[in-house]
Design a protein around this ligand. Sequence first.
Ligand code: B12
Ligand code: SF4
Length: 488
Amino acid sequence: MLTLWPIHQLELEHSQYPGIMVISALLKERGFRSEVVAADLDAVCERLENESDAVVGFSSTTAFAAHYLELARGVKQRFPGVLTTFGGAHPTYFPEVIHEEGVDVVCVGEGEHAMVELVEARSRSDDYTSIRNLWVKQNGTVHKNPLRPLVEDLDTLPIPDHQVFLRAARKPPIHAIVMTGRGCPYSCTYCYNHAYHKLYAGLGKVVRRRGVDHVMQELRLLKAEGCRFIRFMDDVFTVSEEWIHDFSQRYRAEIDLPFSCLVRANMVSAKMVADLKQAGCHRIMMGIEAGNDRLRNEVFKRRMTREHILSAAEIIRGAGVKLVTANILAIPGGSLAADWETVDLNLEARPNYSSASLLQALPGTEIHDIADNLDLLHDDNLEQLTNGGFGFSTALRHPDRAEARQVENLHKFFPLLIWFPWLKPLVRVLIKLPPNRLYEVMYMVSVNIGTHLIAIPPRVGFPMLVKKFAGKLIPRRRARAAREAAGA
Ligand code: B12
Ligand code: SF4
């Protein structure tokens, strides 16, 4: 039996889903087929011809939920016999998507064992309405099952199946996304982790790490595939000094590829950074998020001081590792002046590249409720977010629209300001102009320089950039050629 994973923007180099890779590896271990396909109705339907009992798995963040739901509806219309399943961050916090047309099953929380049980039951034509973690819609009834405990030992899971993505999209891989653990000990209000802690209360330890040996097996396979850069995407890479030490020693000896990882400022020690540098760490990403202490610690519950941030920044820069910082603007209860404090704290930390997002109040997060209580949510907040909206404009209904527009403009100037702090007086004037396309283009150019040529070594990032733009231009050229051929 085939499990098919449609992926939105599959052509992009970073479209690699570790969650799907683990499920795929397990399915293959049990003798089932698992394939990734572009999330395009024609491509999916073409693959489903002669696979009428297939399971179609959508791994969905909130941003892409509308796209996947539309695709699921289309698939069900053409192939009513296939089973559409939804998992990932969005359905985990918003399992009510089960009520949408075209959705048969929703997975809440971790999905590897639930998915295997589902595929096994379906292949035997057994009942699958009582599998833990799944909400199943059948004959108009929704069966809501409880969660099973979290996977206690991540080493009992197979090595993630990178091949399922490599075969579908890219050869050879330029960079690979790898998760060495799961969970974060913190509960920042804008992040999905605090909701995860609540969801899984009493069902096991949320913060877990794979053994170094297990991780090395995955990395060796990636190296053999020709991969040139590893992006560790664990929420906090530096949770254990001992693990980092063992990992660093072995990484240098066995893998020796440049890599990046994410840290929290209060969980950085000079020893860990020295170990990581010695292992080949090119860049460390650290959230500053808000320069204003009240917003950072009361509204966001970041639990970190300015001193934590500045000291970690100094350690990272001092070790010769590139520092990239992440920030959030347009915070509930914040202001333009507070967002300038964020610029200033970044300037003190002196990152090599820094960017900011405009806050998105995702369903299931505490910041969503904070924004709601302050009456800052648009009526169509969820609809906008599930359509990938609010990237360039603020997601909140700020009472002072003129100030909100300045914040939106400040967001576009953020990376430039960090590189060229002397632009500050000019930017204070320029952000008073209406938001415009020119600022958006300037922002996209700086983000691409930052993410491809600073956060990644240019010898790796430059080919990624070329691939990204070629991917954008080639389909357009093809479409134009097709139109011309059709005489349009
Ligand atoms: C790697 C990663 C990416 C990668 C890959 C995307 C992915 N979904 O894996 C890339 C770079 C593409 C990415 C992009 C974005 N990401 Co991201 N990303 C992550 C990250 C750091 C790790 C994901 C992961 O591998 N986790 C480990 C695996 C094991 O867990 P999992 O993915 O949840 O999968 C398990 C279950 O959810 C379930 N499951 C998942 N899919 C399915 C499908 C089926 C059918 C079933 C049955 C089960 C199932 O089973 C899996 C195994 O247990 C998470 C944070 C995190 N720690 O999870 C953020 C996270 C998923 N990203 C997030 C966001 C916001 C984004 C962006 C919107 C950012 C942006 N502004 O552009 C984009 C969205 C684009 C996209 N493609 O979805 C948010 C999502 C919040 C939300 N409510 O939607 C998260 C949770 C970060 C956060 N802390 O808030 N991201
Ligand atoms: S430290 Fe990072 S991953 Fe952990 S809860 Fe806060 S934002 Fe989320």
